[in-house]
Write a protein that binds this ligand. Structure first.
Ligand code: URP
Ligand code: ZN
Ligand code: ZN
Length: 473
């Protein structure tokens, strides 16, 4: 199957030019001006942008969490992602307490075998239980499975939180294996005390979620993780940075040239802590962790994204229905399942309020949602760019398409949208994964199973275009 994308404005992290892209057998074969080649399918991209498919490195699909299970499976979650221009995601495979890493991976592979994805999928390993004489030794083997990042939670005490000893040991293994260490950085011990105290004083409403997780607890844990990673010699990636207190230590580390990276997520750029005060338990929709912060943090986050202190925008898509699932904590904010949806609207929001409002360039837009995630998570240059040999994961983006974001039109199973009613201009017209058209004319044209599991390279190593590994070996 061959595809010719004609006359679009091709934008990568580095380039911006008008041309044609010829795709053969799933990979980009030729790029040029007015290519004279026959193709099975021709896509007219005049007046449109042609950008690398976006990569979401932070999702929680069908995750048992907070006494329930996130409401997207790998079919619905990836369909929703595809409609928003995301062509690969990296989901967190959770090691449940007592499980080995191979058992955890088996569970996550079963999920994608049962509910087949329409876009490509990789896994991170979320470590909850590291023991000498068992899982500690096994951890070194996880990257051989193409799972080349370890995630550790410094919060959620009594559930998935690990102590500093475990965090540091995992970092030491990562420094030997070339895995990237990802941290959920909040001081879980301090938060646990604040939560218990608030509840004992009768504070049960959603807003206490934010009041018991002050920004300093995020800043402290971020700095601790950075310093420990430095001692262990491990690369570090701080997930869902939400506030100035956490941006600052990342900026200091990056100024020193340390291998430290940070992401924020769409919701932190737009939703502030006042959302938690919505009446009739509506505040429960905004219970995710870290919590929505005081509004002034949004400007710090935008600045950090434009100055490369933060270098990825992800979603932390962790959908629970409201009020059915969120209602588990109607009388106790600490029992509301933590997580918010957003897999479909990341590019819509960043294009509208980042590119169209002049905060970031088009190249930076591509870098934040595609190229940097590809580079950090061992997918580049197979993904994250448009170049000869790369996977033809491509979004033909219509900069004039108008859309009102809503739960009534999004494709996730979740029954609310964090950006309900937001009007945007700019949306995918056609989405291709490895040369196969997945979404066109607002219709899903692919079948579940169009997506594949991707074995990722180690941090700092390249994932060569398919077929070239053998040639170069
Ligand atoms: O509230 C959140 N973010 N839930 C998902 C788990 C995590 O902390 O990333
Ligand atoms: Zn987290
Ligand atoms: Zn998360």
């Amino acid at each position: 199957m061959s595809v010719l994308i004609k006359g679009g404005r091709i934008v990568t992290a580095a380039d911006d030019y008008v041309g044609d892209v010829f795709i053969d057998n799933g990979t980009v074969s030729l790029i040029g001006e007015s290519l004279d080649v026959a193709a099975d399918k021709v896509i007219d991209a005049a007046g449109k942008l042609v950008i690398p498919g976006a990569i979401d490195p932070h999702t929680h699909i069908e995750l048992p969490f907070g006494g329930t299970v996130t409401c997207d499976d790998f079919t619905s979650g990836t369909v929703s992602a595809a409609f928003g221009g995301t062509t690969s995601l990296v989901d967190f495979c959770f090691q449940m307490p007592g499980q080995t890493f191979s058992e955890a991976l088996e569970t996550w592979h079963e999920k994608i075998d049962r509910c087949k994805p329409v876009i490509d999928v990789g896994f991170h390993m979320a470590i909850t239980d590291l023991r000498e004489g068992g899982t500690l030794e096994d951890l070194a083997k996880v990257p051989d499975e193409g799972v080349t990042s370890y995630k550790l939670f410094m919060a959620y005490k009594g559930a998935v939180m690990v102590d500093d000893e475990t965090l540091f040991k995992a970092m030491e293994v990562a420094s030997d294996t070339g895995a990237l260490v990802m941290v959920h950085a909040e001081n879980g011990d301090a938060i646990d005390i604040l939560v218990k105290r608030a509840l004992s004083e009768g504070h049960t409403e959603p807003v206490w979620h934010a009041r018991t997780r002050p920004p300093e607890t995020e800043g402290e844990a971020t700095n601790r993780a950075i310093q420990l990673a430095r001692v262990a010699g491990a690369p570090l990636y701080v997930v869902h940075v939400s506030c100035k207190e956490s941006i600052e230590p990342i900026q200091i580390a990056r100024d020193k040239g340390w291998d430290v990276h940070g992401e924020t997520c769409t919701q932190y750029l737009f939703i502030d802590e006042s959302a938690l005060e919505k009446p009739d338990f509506e505040g429960g929709k905004y219970i995710y962790t870290p919590p929505p912060r005081p509004k002034e943090n949004q400007e710090h986050l935008w600045k950090a994204l434009s100055t490369d202190v933060l270098s990825v925008l992800s979603t932390d898509h962790c959908p629970f229905n409201w009020p059915e699932q969120k209602g588990l904590g109607r009388d106790d904010f600490s029992k509301i399942p933590n997580g918010g949806p957003g897999i479909e609207n990341r590019l819509h929001m960043l294009y509208e309020f980042g590119v169209r409002s002049g905060r970031i360039s088009l190249n930076r837009f591509v870098e934040l949602v595609s190229t940097n995630p590809a580079k950090y998570f061992g997918l580049y240059p197979r993904k994250g760019t448009i170049a000869p040999g790369s996977d033809a994961d491509i979004v033909v983006w219509d900069p004039n398409k108008k859309l009102t974001l809503s739960a009534s039109t999004h494709h996730s199973n979740v029954n609310y949208n964090l950006f309900e009613g937001t009007e945007v201009t700019g949306a995918p017209a056609v989405v291709l994964v490895r040369g196969q058209v997945i979404v066109e004319n607002d219709e899903l044209v692919a079948q579940p199973g169009a997506g594949r599991f991707v074995k990722r390279a180690r941090h700092g190593e390249e994932l060569l275009p398919a077929g070239r590994e053998a040639v170069l070996a």
